[in-house]
Design a protein around this ligand. Structure first.
Ligand SMILES: *[C@@H]1O[C@H](CO)[C@@H](O)[C@H](O)[C@H]1NC(C)=O
Ligand SMILES: *[C@@H]1O[C@H](CO)[C@@H](O)[C@H](O)[C@H]1NC(C)=O
Ligand SMILES: *[C@@H]1O[C@H](CO)[C@@H](O)[C@H](O)[C@H]1NC(C)=O
Ligand SMILES: *[C@@H]1O[C@H](CO)[C@@H](O)[C@H](O)[C@H]1NC(C)=O
Ligand SMILES: *[C@@H]1O[C@H](CO)[C@@H](O)[C@H](O)[C@H]1NC(C)=O
Ligand SMILES: *[C@@H]1O[C@H](CO)[C@@H](O)[C@H](O)[C@H]1NC(C)=O
Ligand SMILES: *[C@@H]1O[C@H](CO)[C@@H](O)[C@H](O)[C@H]1NC(C)=O
Length: 587
């Protein structure tokens, strides 16, 4: 609540309350202050009417932010703001707006944000806003075509019309090209071919979630000023154009969820790339080796394609790589190379699941993953991909490239922005990896998600797993692990999901509320496992005998730092011998 009488502040010029949780009424004494230059009440929980009275008295008001002031309550007549002759910045987002056909807003306005205002037609009054530089009409219900006159507004630079129902552009193919727009977001509409020609000094084009189809138009390569090109979630087919090599400045290239096919041309890679996403296409062949020259690369996603390459060890040379997703391709071969420790110091999300990787993990496999081992959050300058339009400082302008949907982690996480930077995951599930899980896994103390399911891992669950105290999801199912589940596992308090099913584990399931509340399928198909949540109870005698065996095995483990290579399992572990496994001292 604000104090009810603020009229003593008669010389107040800047009143900025935006992005807080103030509630109650706006005292009319406040809005009566004629000296105000900036009034920012946006994004609060105010209720009740805003009694501004005759706005003509605000001769100096330049910045007015009433965004999300009045959500769903009442209708704001835009003509109300017409007398504000000094107005430069107006944000009425999230209000229900009324616009008459004769509406004129002050021509001084340079920034106008009307996102989520229930607008259903392209606002005609904009045609006379000759100072307008920044226009946000996103998240409305605007239908039809973008009027030709928009591109003739002399000062216009930034246009966001995403999340509407627009289908095309009025005028000739080069209407946009002849403008000086440098950022255009038309994502999440119903735009279809022909694809517009873009100005050569445009920096950002976001055309995702539309209905463009056919080949990616080669003309796009004439927009040589592009930093960000997002054509994801369309229906583009054929191959990635080689002429992308002309886009020297490109730092964000997102082409995911199209029907692109063929090889990824080496030369189409800009060395300025920070974020490359070509997931969910039908690309094949090798990963382009020219990526090795992208020293700023942080994010690489090629999931769900047909890449048929060896593990890209050379990516190790990219110092800033934080996210690598190779999931669901035809990658194959080992994921470690003898004599060289794999070191991805900044890697936070490593997902190579559902490929055909094979071989064993050397004991020091997890040694070089600093970002997963230490709480330090590496998050660097966003470079040019970070959409910042300083002067505007619209609150909702946020980082663009570092958002990724991670819905198939069993945790349904969609992490964006800052929350995203702390998410650390290691997923090598669905491959043909074998040997034991190296004890060095315990180094990855910052892991939230660990998935090693669906491989041929053998040996025991390494006790060092208990060092992963932040773990929320652990899946070791469908391997050939034996021995007991470490009893102290119940102490991993954040561990909400775990799955040990389809192994050869034995002994009692550890106690702990987190564990007992798991679905029994998480422990299923381990013939020797007993205790809640399984039906099978643990007999006292059985436990005593188990303990003996454990001690025996523990000794062996200490003698050999071994890799157990499975040559077919004979279920006989209960008898205390690891029949069917060759014990090889690990050099
Ligand atoms: C607000 O305060 C001023 C002096 O500080 C006083 O003159 C005025 O009557 C007050 N108004 C109300 C509505 O209380
Ligand atoms: C607002 O004030 C101006 C001058 O101060 C006056 O011309 C105008 O008629 C007033 N408008 C209303 C609606 O009272
Ligand atoms: C455009 O508006 C949408 C919806 O408000 C927003 O999510 C998106 O980030 C904006 N685009 C840019 C480039 O700022
Ligand atoms: C990396 O860049 C250098 C210098 O521009 C070039 O000679 C080399 O061929 C590039 N490497 C790859 C793999 O494209
Ligand atoms: C682990 O990965 C497998 C497939 O690779 C997937 O089916 C499973 O749901 C994942 N586990 C969790 C807990 O997300
Ligand atoms: C696990 O943590 C303990 C105690 O902090 C430490 O002594 C041990 O070396 C750790 N093991 C691994 C593999 O990180
Ligand atoms: C555990 O994994 C198995 C197969 O890997 C799956 O069938 C089962 O549904 C999973 N259980 C839970 C609770 O996720």
């Amino acid at each position: 609540m604000l104090p009810s009488n603020m009229s003593s502040l008669s010389k107040l010029e800047y009143f900025v309350l935006g992005n807080n949780s103030f509630s109650g009424f706006i005292p009319s004494s406040l809005v009566m202050i004629p000296s105000l230059i900036c009034l920012d009440l946006g994004m609060n929980d105010f209720s009740g009417p805003l009694e501004i009275g005759n706005v003509s008295k605000f001769v100096s008001l330049e910045t007015l932010d009433l965004s999300f002031y009045n959500i769903g309550r009442g209708i704001v007549d835009l003509s109300f703001f017409s007398p504000l002759m000094s107005l430069d910045y107006l944000d009425l987002s999230g209000n229900n707006l009324k616009m008459s056909s004769t509406l004129h807003l002050p021509s001084s306005i340079t920034s106008l944000a009307l996102l989520s205002c229930n607008i259903s037609e392209f606002p005609r009054f904009l045609e006379t806003q000759t100072s307008l530089e920044y226009l946000d009409l996103s998240a409305n219900q605007i239908k039809g075509q973008v009027p030709e006159w928009l591109w003739r507004l002399p000062a216009l630079k930034y246009v966001n019309i995403s999340q509407n129902a627009m289908s095309g552009f009025e005028g000739s193919a080069d209407v946009i090209q002849r403008s000086a727009i440098y950022m255009l977001d038309i994502s999440s509409n119903a735009f279809h071919d022909p694809f517009p020609l873009l100005p050569s000094d445009m920096n950002f084009f976001i055309g995702s979630n539309n209905r463009f189809s056919g080949e990616i138009p080669r003309k796009i390569c004439e927009a040589v000023g592009l930093f960000t090109l997002d054509l994801s979630n369309n229906n583009f087919s054929a191959s990635i154009p080689r002429c992308f090599e002309n886009l020297h400045l490109l730092s964000v290239l997102h082409l995911q969820s199209n029907s692109l096919s063929g090889d990824f041309p080496e030369q189409s890679i800009s060395f300025h790339l920070i974020s490359l996403d070509v997931g969910h296409n039908q690309l094949s062949g090798d990963l382009p080796k020219s990526l090795i020259n992208c020293s700023y690369l942080q994010f690489l996603n090629v999931e769900d394609n047909k890449f048929n390459d060896m593990f890209p060890f050379w990516l190790r040379l990219l110092p800033g790589l934080q996210i690598l997703i190779l999931r669901s391709n035809e990658f194959h071969g080992p994921i470690s190379s003898p004599g060289e420790s794999l070191s991805f110091p900044k890697m936070r999300i490593f997902d190579i699941s559902k490929n055909r990787f094979s071989g064993v993990l050397p004991s020091d496999y997890f040694a070089g993953w600093s970002a997963m081992s230490s709480p330090v959050v590496y998050f660097e300058g966003q470079g040019r991909s970070f959409i910042s339009y300083q002067r505007m400082s619209f609150k909702r302008l946020s980082s663009y490239h570092n958002s990724v949907g991670l819905t198939n982690k069993g945790l349904d996480m969609e992490l964006i922005g800052s929350g995203f930077t702390i998410y650390k995951t290691f997923d090598i599930s669905g491959n043909r990896l074998q040997g034991s899980i190296p004890n060095s896994i315990g180094l990855l103390k910052e892991l939230i998600v660990l998935n090693m399911s669906n491989n041929a891992f053998t040996g025991r669950i390494p006790p060092s797993l208990l060092n992963l105290t932040k773990l929320e999801s652990l899946d070791l199912s469908q391997n050939r692990l034996f021995g007991e589940i470490p009893p102290a596992l119940g102490k991993l308090t954040f561990l909400a999901r775990m799955n040990f099913s389809h192994n050869m584990l034995d002994g009692p399931i550890p106690q702990g509320t987190q564990i007992q509340t798991q679905d029994s399928s998480s422990f299923a198909d381990n013939p020797m496992l007993c205790g809640v949540p399984l039906q099978k109870t643990c007999g006292g005698k059985e436990e005593a005998r188990k303990q003996e065996q454990d001690e025996e095995k523990e000794e062996k483990d200490q003698v050999f730092n071994w890799t157990a290579a499975a040559i077919g399992y004979v279920p006989g572990v209960l008898c205390g011998f690891t029949i069917g496994f060759i014990l090889t001292p690990y050099a």
